[in-house]
Design a protein around this ligand. Structure first.
Ligand code: ADP
Length: 501
């Protein structure tokens, strides 16, 4: 199959969260299964041509934007260690900035325009390259318009007519919502501003473009695939997802063990494996030292996360002092909402020997934290898949998680980690206490950690499931084309406002 993966972030080029991990690893795994996979993403300032050995392949491709032309330069590279091609859409005005989506916590005001440009340019680039995908797999709101364009503006273009489309949602909390007056920058007319298309409570929601127009909708765990069809987790889009429930799937993410393996990880203090588990302790010492914490034998709990309510920081905050006063150390790496930056700074002042505080994004330090911690905490309110718990497994670090989404699918209480169900400070504290208690029996603890290291969350299994999903999407094309023919034949009496299907 020829598979195009569109994602606004891809490891190792640009990352703010799990989407980048998936978009870097899934293509690699699909490629190993024999498919022709290519990736398309924006070329942000941080994507350095020299560092990543990129070649410019097109200069100034014209892209239609709200009645005028903008120019896209196109660079080509590969995902390191593979022959998976990555195309980078460059435009200084849109992407020559420090951040991907925001600056100092504030979203760029022209994100709708920036990512419309990326999507529109992606269509042009595929045609220019002459590589006709069988599957277009777009991810999250930033690339959702690629799917919509294939079904609307480019629907008569034979280049796209037979492409099957899959839309993956990695987090329902981010829908790419913009004021209605931004519609023109998408290149789509007012006929698309209605509840069956892009309109969402008087605004534009780009995620809806994926949900409405994709042949198959996918998310990153089976539990989350059910959850997003409920009012609690659907963020207002549950009705639409229920209506399409036959097309909604969930596949748990894998982990790229080429990058995440304590036996080969260059960023940790001492490499280790299940057989050489005792060397994990060297990483704990190094981690404590780096965080200027006493090098004592108390449980070290790692947290690596966006500092957002979604990740459970509100319940953590409620009884943070109760936790700080326990005989343990917390090492936190994260960045996000200012209120949590303030909270943890205050805790650091009050409990300097109990908290290692790293407010920022640091990929290398993350690896040392996974390696050096005894436990890894993810008290998420909701969690589409979660990668931290899977990475932790590989590093013999036992996850303590809330039972939701992908965490519910991957962590079993008492068998692979510690799980609490109720979203409350008390339930969270209870889970931490149970883990700390279990840690006291060091033999049993080591057996648990070593067991977790052996769990297989490599991409191979997940990639095979994606192939099945792509096949399902391809099967839907003949019926879709027939529906369209019929609609066009009926068009004198029937006006389909979105004209997508
Ligand atoms: P998200 O909802 O943020 O995508 P995931 O658990 O799916 O959550 O993935 C988060 C990924 O980002 C993991 O690889 C995690 O290690 C990484 N990560 C999160 N915050 C940081 C940070 N501050 N520094 C380095 N890596 C981080």
């Amino acid at each position: 199959m020829k598979i195009l993966i569109a994602s606004a972030e891809v490891v190792p080029f640009a990352k703010t969260g799990g989407l980048a991990d998936v978009a870097g690893a899934l293509p690699k795994a699909l490629n190993s299964l024999g498919h022709d996979v290519r990736v398309i993403m924006p070329k942000y300032k941080m994507v350095d041509s020299g560092k990543f050995d990129l070649d410019k392949i097109y200069d100034g491709i014209e892209v239609e934007m709200a009645g005028r032309k903008e120019l896209a330069d196109v660079y080509e590279g590969v995902i390191p260690g593979t022959n998976v091609n990555v195309y980078f859409i460059a435009n200084e005005k849109y992407f020559g900035r420090e951040g991907l989506y925001q600056d100092k916590g504030v979203d760029y005001p022209d994100n709708c325009e920036r990512f419309s440009f990326y999507c529109r340019a992606s269509m042009e680039v595929m045609e220019k390259i002459g590589w006709k995908p069988d599957i277009i797999h777009a991810n999250d709101w930033q690339s959702a318009l690629i799917i919509m364009y294939a079904k609307t503006l480019y629907k008569d273009d034979p280049f796209f007519a037979h492409a099957a489309t899959v839309y993956s949602i990695h987090n329902m909390g981010y829908q790419g919502t913009f004021p209605a007056d931004q519609l023109p920058v998408t290149g789509l007319g007012p006929e698309y501003f209605n509840s069956e298309s892009l309109e969402f409570y008087g605004k534009i929601a780009l995620t809806k473009a994926g949900f409405v127009y994709a042949d198959i909708i996918n998310t990153v765990s089976p539990t989350y695939a059910h959850e997003i069809q409920t009012a609690e987790f659907g963020h207002g889009l549950e009705g639409l997802l229920q209506a399409r429930k036959k097309d909604v799937y969930g596949i748990v993410n894998g982990i790229d063990y080429d990058l995440w393996d304590p036996a080969t990880d260059p960023n940790i203090a001492a490499k280790f494996s299940p057989k050489r588990f005792s060397l994990k302790a060297e990483n704990k010492k190094a981690l404590q030292a780096k965080n200027r914490l006493p090098q004592i034998d108390v449980p070290v709990i790692g947290i690596i996360s966006r500092l957002a309510d979604q990740k459970g920081f509100d319940i953590l905050a409620q009884d943070i002092e109760g936790i700080m006063q326990m005989n343990l150390q917390i090492i936190l790496l994260g960045t996000g909402e200012p209120k949590y930056h303030e909270l943890f700074k205050e805790m650091k002042k009050k409990y300097p020997g109990h908290l290692g505080l790293n407010l920022g994004f640091d990929a290398a330090l993350a690896q040392l934290i996974y390696a050096g911690s005894d436990m890894f905490l993810m008290p998420s309110r909701y969690e589409p898949c979660g990668l931290g718990q899977l990475i932790s497994y590989k590093y013999g670090t036992v996850p303590v998680v809330r039972k939701t989404g992908g965490l519910a699918d991957t962590v079993t209480d008492g068998k692979t980690g510690f799980v609490f169900e109720e979203y409350s400070a008390a339930a969270l504290l209870d889970a931490i206490k149970r883990a700390v208690e279990a840690y006291k029996d060091r033999k049993k603890w080591q057996a648990l950690a070593v067991h977790d290291m052996g769990l297989d969350y490599s991409w191979t299994m997940s990639a095979k499931k994606y192939v099945e999903l792509y096949e399902k999407a391809i099967e839907k094309i003949p019926a879709r084309l027939k529906r369209r023919e019929k609609r066009e034949a009926d068009s004198s009496i029937y006006t389909d406002r979105s004209a997508a299907w």
